[in-house]
Design a protein around this ligand. Structure first.
Ligand code: CU
Length: 667
């Protein structure tokens, strides 16, 4: 970061004066460009100065206050761009949360609101401080000794969100429940040795241990869970892998301008927030000589991992990984050749630590192209003429580590107009220790005396649609068998029944395999060549239902996981499936609350929310590190284009065999 003071700031142009008085001009090219490091620092210092903030105030997030949709959609190059930051602050001393909006352009605070009774999500600094406070606590050290742990430095403390369980002592406090594991040496995999039965409950405002819950002393499982050749003698690396190189001798086919990406006929912007991670904006596809809009904004609106274990140790484990932990702030720095192959363009993610200092995650976002097999093919068997086209996709992604688990979020764009979100789940299982001979009803023994509780991972994606314009509808499509009778002489006929979802409360829908139920987003005002409203279908992949009861804390706080689809009327304040402040929230917020208004959603500016769930009955193969599980959904054009939009793909060039092994080239 450049040290210096900000000088003139007019329109979208920041003139920055460095210590050497060199003026650097940062041109903001679009109202949705994320805040630069300089702008974030400016917003923080405006708040610190004008509100005279003390050291006890933490910055939970500083992000671009996105301009109104109308402003963005009508923006023309050269228009004045007002730059604003949206900030959430937590005062540890007064234990109060504030929201602020700062005009960076005008150097003033335009909103300052006290938000009573809420807890912002965890901040990274809190994790580190919490771990230290627990380890330094004498009562905790005693509990460790009871378990034969003499060196607290080898203990791993994972602060888990407390959820809401009506515990009087926790009421109004900022609480973390610290679960613990122990390493046998500094590079050991501690998740092999859970300190089951021991939970330190920490007040994060006072940064002190409130109480220690000690349910049982369990023996440490006998085997290590090491997974690298350096730490495990049992891993002999296979030696038969030949290099696989991705070569793009002329470079990639995409163009990048700030956070604006053009690739083939796709055109979109992206940003990155500490809570949501990667966000897509103004996604469109070039067709009929113009860019036809598809999505205004697409983001991870929440993620919930409910555990299905009944024991005191695990029965309150429900991690809201976006709203409580901040998927974006937990992003990894990616490495070329390891995380991503080929011609890669990386982007940094810029945010703050809780003190408001700039924190940059280098190479947090990866952009690259991938070969994706066959786009389309036909062989004319009479003439033996073959037409085949290769498919390529553009992938923009990031990976985040949430304590034991690792999640990759991959948006892909295909040449046939399809979009896809794929989540990759890997990393470490959450574990507990078992007594010798003990079995858990609610988990799998993945190694001797090591239990991995059953759980689920729910992801909700908020899709602010913009199919050929902001007024859209959602149509549910069910396939039904034709009735029996003379009109169906061989009882084979089937047809579809379509129903437009008109109100928010009727737009809480679930998948149904029996009717091949799908949902299509349509624009009733824009018709295709055969007179149908243009549309994009949500193509679900793997999915599941929750198993917690309706009166459970989990369902009250994350009711959205009961349905795979929600549709709401657009409101720029409604961004999160379980509400803005899910941390320690009792429930009833988010989609539950948004839909209460039961607004009209037919031919309106609507938002489509898709929930997908990975049902994780743990396996021995998931240990000691989990092979990646993939879960996805697609947005597929259905009547959006008049015909296959990938007809214009050029023929691939036939290659001669390059193999050095002659026998492989022979037919
Ligand atoms: Cu899992």
């Amino acid at each position: 970061m450049v040290h210096g003071t900000l000088g003139e700031l007019q329109g979208g142009e920041i003139v920055m004066k460095t210590q050497e008085s060199i003026e650097k001009v940062v041109q903001i090219q679009h109202p949705l460009e994320p805040l630069t490091a300089e702008e974030i620092s400016k917003a923080v210092s405006i708040l610190k100065e004008q509100k005279n903030l003390s050291n006890s105030v933490r910055f939970a997030q500083v992000v671009l206050q996105e301009p109104l949709k109308e402003t963005v959609l009508s923006y023309q190059e050269g228009d004045f761009i007002a730059r604003e930051a949206f900030v959430i602050l937590l005062d540890n001393k007064t234990e109060q949360t504030y929201e602020a909006a700062v005009s960076i352009t005008e150097e003033k605070i335009i909103l300052w609101d006290h938000i009573p009774g809420v807890q912002p999500g965890f901040m990274l600094d809190e994790f580190e401080e919490c771990e230290q406070v627990v380890k330094n606590n004498p009562e905790y050290q005693e509990a460790l000794l009871k378990r034969g742990v003499t060196d607290p430095d080898l203990v791993m403390i994972d602060p888990w969100s407390a959820g809401y369980f009506d515990i009087e002592e926790d009421e109004g406090k900022r609480v973390a429940r610290a679960l613990a594991w122990v390493r046998k040496s500094s590079n050991d995999n501690g998740y092999a040795y859970p300190l089951t039965g021991l939970i330190a409950v920490v007040d994060l405002n006072k940064m002190e241990v409130m109480r220690i819950e000690d349910y049982a002393v369990k023996p440490l499982p006998p085997l290590d869970g090491n997974y690298t050749p350096e730490t495990s003698d049992s891993i002999e690396l296979r030696k038969d892998l030949k290099p696989l190189e991705i070569v793009q001798s002329e470079g990639p086919s995409f163009e990048v301008d700030g956070h604006h990406i053009r690739w083939q006929k796709w055109d979109f912007r992206f940003s990155f927030t500490p809570r949501e991670g990667l966000v897509l904006h103004t996604v469109g596809y070039k067709d009929k000589g113009k860019i036809r809009p598809i999505l205004y904004r697409a983001s991870l609106a929440e993620m919930v991992v409910p555990y299905g274990e009944a024991s005191d140790m695990h029965n309150r484990q429900n991690a809201f990984d976006a709203g409580e932990y901040g998927m974006g702030q937990l992003a990894n720095s990616l490495t070329l050749g390891c995380d991503c192959l080929g011609e890669i363009r990386y982007f940094d993610a810029t945010m703050t630590d809780s003190k408001g200092n700039i924190k940059t995650i280098p190479n947090a976002i990866c952009l690259h192209e991938e070969d994706y097999g066959i786009a389309w093919k036909h062989t004319d068997w009479r003439t033996e003429e073959v037409e085949v086209r290769r498919s390529r996709r553009l992938v923009i992604s990031f990976f985040a580590t949430v304590a034991n688990y690792d999640y990759g979020f991959f948006w892909s764009f295909y040449q046939d107009g399809t979009m896809e979100m794929e989540v990759k789940l890997t990393g470490m299982l959450n574990t507990g220790a078992l007594d010798e001979g003990e079995k858990s009803k609610y988990g799998t023994m993945v190694a001797p005396q090591l239990n991995a509780p059953f759980h689920q991972h729910f992801f909700n994606f908020r899709l602010d649609t913009n199919l050929d314009g902001i007024n859209n509808s959602v149509v549910e499509i069910n396939t039904v068998p034709e009735t029996k009778g003379p009109h169906n002489p061989y009882n084979n006929a089937f047809h579809i029944e379509t129903k437009t979802l008109k109100k928010e409360l009727e737009a809480q829908r679930s998948m149904d395999l029996a009717s091949q139920r799908t949902w299509k987003i349509v624009n009733p005002n824009s018709l295709n060549a055969v007179g149908q409203p243009v549309g994009y279908k949500i193509m679900p992949g793997e999915n599941c239902f929750p198993f917690a009861y309706d009166d459970s804390s989990l369902i009250k706080r994350a009711e959205f996981i009961k349905n795979h689809l929600h549709v709401t009327k657009f409101d720029r304040e409604e961004l999160y499936a379980s509400g803005k402040y899910p941390n320690q929230h009792k429930g009833g917020d988010g989609l539950t609350k948004y839909a209460q208004a039961n607004r009209n959603i037919e031919n309106e500016d609507i938002v489509v929310w898709y929930t997908m769930g990975h049902h994780h009955i743990t396996r021995t193969e998931d240990w000691p590190v989990m092979p990646t599980a993939y879960i996805n959904f697609q947005l597929k054009p259905v009547g959006f284009f008049d015909r296959n939009p990938a007809l214009d793909l050029p023929r691939p060039t036939p290659k001669t065999c390059h193999s050095k092994i002659e026998s492989l080239c022979k037919h």
